[in-house]
Design a protein around this ligand. Structure first.
Ligand SMILES: NC(=O)c1ccc[n+]([C@@H]2O[C@H](COP(=O)([O-])OP(=O)(O)OC[C@H]3O[C@@H](n4cnc5c(N)ncnc54)[C@H](O)[C@@H]3O)[C@@H](O)[C@H]2O)c1
Length: 342
């Protein structure tokens, strides 16, 4: 199996190890370790788990109530600051567990075992934690990287196709940010990627981790370069929240990338040929770039709650072409023009 990857995020280290078979605890289990699952990941991977907390699955449960469940279990088992929470699941379990770890006694240790594609290539790495608040996506949270990520790509075999595909949205996003080889692979090996060719997939996961890891090492607190990782997210988060989280994160991000390309094209920034090529690629992977049933004004209102605004003004990650990315304040009228054209 591959060598572990090590990253430094702020003052903390994250070690990413790759496993042929899932080993949830990596030998770090003690009586004061609490392992967090959702019902699905517990059914799949939780056999014999010590001190499990089993949450309801899904974005609707990325809430204070779930954090309280984790904190209650930690208190009940007598965890101290040097004890460990382990989160086993997708981005929801990971964001919740790491957030709970960041506030439990002002911070205990946390490992993550990502079991969805989104969590492997994106959510588990880089230390963004959090919960949704009402309809506000990720509105409460912290920067708190896990000490260890244990990645076993074969666990993706049980992932339903729509969840797997949603993860590919973040893979495509990563390629667009500047990995021409990954982009070429996504274009030329679509069938193999969709049917989870293991060798290909392991390479893709590692590539995405390296790219995200490097970006976050440069700008852990998102005061600069890290913002580019939000490509498609300002539009996407608004749709996700407005749909009451019926839209999956990855699907909403793919739609958001489409809207960001259109916004960039309207502003004369994005190369038209590039915008068309990426939209075609997203459609080829089954993403929907046209939506019905949403009012432009409602989406715009949801965007106004986005964390990426500065001094009250919305900022967008836009691209000129592959790997040429800019973060810009955009006039409300230009955003509304895109939303009105949905
Ligand atoms: N912190 C970050 O930097 C970051 C980055 C990207 C996304 N996110 C967050 O991640 C979340 C989306 O992640 P997600 O798509 O993994 O959602 P999720 O955690 O809800 O997982 C999706 C579904 O797959 C199930 N599942 C998990 N592993 C499985 C497996 N191996 N086999 C079968 N089913 C399995 C889960 O039970 C769940 O029902 C969003 O909340 C998003 O905001 C965070």
């Amino acid at each position: 199996m591959k060598e572990p990857l090590c990253f430094t995020f702020g003052t903390r280290q994250t070690r990413v190890s790759f496993q042929d078979r899932l080993d949830v605890a990596g030998g770090r289990l003690t009586e004061r370790t609490v392992t967090v699952f959702d019902q699905t990941t517990h059914d799949l991977f939780g056999q014999g788990a010590l001190n499990p907390v089993i949450l309801k699955p899904g974005e609707q449960n990325k809430t204070w109530t779930s954090v309280e469940r984790i904190v209650e279990a930690a208190l009940q088992k007598g965890l101290s600051r040097d004890d460990l929470l382990i989160g086993v699941g997708g981005g929801v379990v990971g964001d919740l567990t790491a957030f709970a770890a960041s506030i439990y006694m002002r911070g205990c240790r946390v490992d993550l075992v990502p079991t969805t594609l989104i969590a492997m290539v994106d959510a588990a790495l880089g230390g963004k934690t959090g919960i949704d608040f009402g309809r506000y996506k990720n509105m409460i949270g912290s920067f708190y990287p896990a000490e260890n990520l244990r990645i076993s790509v074969p666990v993706l075999a049980s992932l339903p196709m729509d969840e797997y595909r949603a993860g590919l949205a973040e893979v495509i996003k990563t390629a667009l940010l500047g990995d021409a080889e990954l982009y070429a692979l996504l274009r030329s090996k679509k069938e193999q990627i969709l049917r989870q060719d293991q060798t290909l997939l392991e390479g893709i996961v590692e590539r995405c981790i390296r790219i995200k890891g490097q970006i976050v090492e440069e700008d852990f607190n998102e005061s600069g370069k890290r913002e580019i990782l939000n490509l498609g997210h300002t539009f996407g988060h608004a749709l996700e929240a407005l749909s009451g989280f019926a839209w999956k994160h990855g699907d909403a991000v793919a739609w958001g990338i489409g809207r960001a390309l259109e916004l960039g094209t309207n502003l004369g920034l994005t190369d038209k040929h590039y915008a068309r090529e990426i939209s075609d690629l997203l459609r080829a992977y089954g993403f929907t770039l046209e939506i019905r049933g949403y009012e432009a004004a409602d989406l715009f209102q949801a965007m106004r709650a986005d964390k990426k605004k500065r001094s009250g003004r919305l900022r967008f990650v836009l691209q000129r072409s592959l790997g040429v990315t800019e973060v810009l304040v955009v006039e409300d009228g230009d955003v509304l023009e895109v939303l009105n054209g949905m």
